[in-house]
Design a protein around this ligand. Sequence first.
Ligand code: ZN
Ligand code: ZN
Ligand code: ZN
Length: 122
Amino acid sequence: MENVRAEKTHGVHLDAYSRCTHYFTDKDIVSIKFKCCSKYYACYKCHENLEQHPVIKWERADFSEKALRCGRCQFIFSIQSYLSGENYCPQCSALFNPLCKNHWDIYFNVSMADSSNYQSSL
Ligand SMILES: [Zn+2]
Ligand SMILES: [Zn+2]
Ligand SMILES: [Zn+2]
């Protein structure tokens, strides 16, 4: 079995923290594994640029799947801990971009109303 740390993040013009050409602030360091192709991408636009298929969202039943990776420490963590977290890495505390929330419904089967109330509804 392949070491998960060896799985590379895909994307357009990635830097050492897996930031891409679309999102490149200090906080845009999370990679997300896509259900459709089991590849980590820096963002959905990278997926759109490099893949020919539509995105398949993670369903609620999949939220225990470890599909998020911190670009700073490479820690891999679950969708659930990402969605219910406070926008920082559970391992190294690197800050994540809180605006990613606006795109959660592209990656995960959550409605926008859900994402603002996600914590209280758990
Ligand atoms: Zn895909
Ligand atoms: Zn991108
Ligand atoms: Zn980290």
